[in-house]
Design a protein around this ligand. Structure first.
Ligand code: ADP
Length: 629
């Protein structure tokens, strides 16, 4: 038999389009062809199990071979093969009818539809000047056939001799793609795309070191693991298996903290294992670690759009034939299956975290530092996750005690509610720098949260919105009585003139600190309270912190750090200074202040307890105090 034909396609231009638009990465032709070979093999196994194929299955591996002399790359399988009718149906007609459809639609939105067309086999033309299919069907009494096409719509098909059942796809690699004839290149691609395919993929022979050089052995070089861990039953697996698989995927990584084995059949198919890595710092926030597979064929390692943003911090594999391949990210996000999958994963992750929290709180608290960033990230970006995670998100105080939101509220409710009924959450972001403020708060019986993580400023902002009648205030944002005002504060009864004089006395003695300004404030506190304190307004400070983290808030970022110098006008020392400067002109106040060692001493002590006394000013302070001993 010898038949010449013209493929049923109205346009002559399909091949240039395939070359140009079909896939951005040429290399994926190999994935497509090897997966076809695997599919054909799997189908044969199915027929055998159904009794529709009664012959010998034999050894069923797929072989990839390079022939440099002839410039060919051949993918061979021992699967179902094709009869000449089937070639006509599956290769000549089906593919091209969808190509027609493709051409119709591609004008509008090429990316969004590419993945919907079974053009897998035709991707071979991206790298070949000619492609041959030599195939023999498993069906008894059929002839082997050879189909050949040089990238024009014309093909030939003829009967040939072929001993074994199955298909050889022979690619005559074109001049621009000679790299696909290199052993190293094909080896790399097979390991990338075919590492977990369910049928053994053989590429050459295993090598070993002999007499100082690598020599080929007789043993087939199988490049894949046909039963990767995620395809096995969780009940049959031990922790060690999961840990080992993690090491296989990410050699030299720290042990994962824990993992989730996903296994859904309905309404979509999804299997996989997701690992929580140990996160030590933001340097570790390594994205693109989750690998996406479709029936064990590697698709991509960039899962944005499929997995919620915060979950891209996780590692592992996802396998779902229901995720459309080769489509644009924007298309993916609107795909209903992808949405369902994404929600399912979020739910499973929340379930797992809650389970560990409930079953082993000690372990959970130990791992909190690694989990924190991840959970906070999720809560900040995903409302559904917030709702779940509010049960197991922890607040740690400066003494390293951890509380759930509920527990913490119970802890502080009675003592940290202000006169207007607001619950005040006090926090510190640096235990050492804010030490004296923390102590003052603790002396009052208050509890102080440690918020020293990257996302904690954002968390404070969000929790304020979510919690009812609650505010988050940093311990150094105000004097202790004003942090949680319990009763209306005593009024300050100074005249404007008195305020002016007092301000001059202190401002004239404050050392200059780069990008820092002080605003004098007056408070009628208890006479035993501290005479002078430095505080920083919560709102202004948060604005500056936010602007440091993101662009577009430059205005706040440019502003100097503004601190309040709070004078306790009820304190005897301050009262005394007030009397001394009463009625004096500016110059006279300055002269008095320069001579009065108390003023400078009070300022320095306040700066010191705020970690702001540095350099020359600190040196002066030490010297002055040494002299007084
Ligand atoms: P898809 O695999 O998405 O259906 P392809 O263009 O890759 O699209 O293949 C078209 C059809 O050709 C397949 O559905 C299959 O019936 C047939 N085919 C391709 N490769 C082989 C093979 N190695 N053995 C048997 N049949 C094959």
């Amino acid at each position: 038999m010898q038949q010449n034909g013209k493929i049923g396609v109205t346009t002559e231009n399909i091949f240039p389009i395939i070359k140009k638009f079909l896939y951005s990465d040429h290399e994926i032709f190999l994935r497509e062809l090897v997966s076809n070979a695997v599919d054909a093999t799997q189908k044969l196994k199915t027929y055998a199990s159904l009794g529709e194929f009664k012959g010998e299955l034999g050894e069923l591996s797929v072989t990839v071979k390079i022939d440099k002399d002839n410039g060919t790359l051949t993918i061979s399988d021992k699967g179902i093969g094709m009869t000449s009718e089937e070639i006509d149906k599956y290769i000549n007609q089906i593919a091209f009818s969808s190509a027609n459809e493709f051409l119709d639609k591609y004008k509008k939105d090429a990316n969004s539809i590419i993945g919907h067309f079974g053009l897998g086999f035709y991707s071979s033309f991206m790298v070949s000047k000619k492609v041959e299919i030599v195939t023999k069907s498993f069906k008894e009494g059929t002839d082997a056939v050879k189909w050949s096409c040089d990238g024009s719509p014309e093909y030939t098909i003829e009967t040939v001799e072929k001993a074994d059942r199955g298909t050889d796809i022979i690619l005559y690699i074109d001049d621009e793609n000679k790299n696909f004839l290199e052993k190293g290149e094909i080896d790399k691609l097979l390991k990338k795309y075919c590492r977990f395919l369910p049928v053994p993929i053989v590429f050459g022979k295993k090598t070993e070191w002999k007499d100082g050089k690598s020599v080929e052995t007789d043993e087939d070089n199988v490049i894949n693991d046909t039963n990767p861990l995620w395809t096995l039953k969780p009940a049959d697996l031990k922790d060690e298996d999961y840990k080992k698989f993690y090491q296989d995927l990410y050699p030299f990584s720290d042990e994962p903290m824990f993992w989730i084995h996903l296994n859904v059949d309905y309404p979509f198919k999804l299997t996989g294992i997701l690992y929580f890595p140990q996160i030590k710092s933001n340097v570790d926030m390594n994205r693109n670690k989750i690998q996406l597979y479709s029936n064990q064929v590697f698709v991509t390692d960039s899962v944005e759009g499929i997995v919620p943003e915060f979950l891209t911090l996780m590692h592992g594999v996802l396998d779902s034939p229901d995720i459309p391949l080769n489509v644009s990210r924007s298309y993916l996000q609107s795909d209903q299956n992808v949405k369902k999958i994404s929600n399912h994963i979020t739910k499973k992750v929340a379930d797992r975290l809650e389970e560990i929290f409930k079953n082993d709180r000690t372990q959970y608290e130990e791992k909190w530092n690694s989990l924190k960033l991840f959970i906070e990230y999720g809560m900040l970006t995903d409302d559904k996750f917030y709702d779940r995670a509010q049960k197991f998100c922890l607040l740690k105080n400066v003494n390293s005690k951890a509380f759930t939101f509920e527990e913490y509220k119970t802890l502080i409710l009675s003592n940290q509610t202000d006169k207007d009924g607001n619950i005040i959450y006090l926090y510190a972001n640096n235990k050492d720098e804010q030490y004296s403020y923390i102590r003052t708060a603790e002396d009052k019986g208050y509890d102080v949260i440690l918020f020293d993580g990257q996302l904690d400023v954002h968390m404070a902002g969000m929790l304020e919105q979510k919690f009812e009648k609650s505010r988050f205030v940093r311990v150094d944002a105000d004097t202790i009585d004003n942090l949680i005002p319990k009763e209306d504060s005593k009024e300050v009864t100074l005249t404007d003139r008195q305020k002016e004089e007092l301000k001059e006395a202190f401002i004239s003695q404050i050392p200059t600190i780069d990008k820092t300004e002080f605003i004098v404030d007056y408070k009628a506190l208890d006479e035993k309270a501290q005479p002078i304190q430095i505080t920083q307004n919560e709102f202004m400070r948060r604005m500056k912190e936010m602007s440091a983290m993101q662009t577009g808030m430059g205005f706040y970022g440019e502003m100097p750090n503004s601190y309040n110098l709070v004078l306790n006008v009820e304190h005897p020392l301050i009262k005394n200074i007030m009397r001394e400067v009463d009625g004096k002109e500016k110059e006279a106040v300055d002269a008095y202040a320069a001579e009065n060692s108390n003023i400078r001493q009070l300022i320095d002590l306040a700066l010191l307890s705020n970690g702001m006394l540095k350099g020359e000013a600190l040196n002066d302070f030490v010297k002055r105090n040494m002299e007084n001993i």
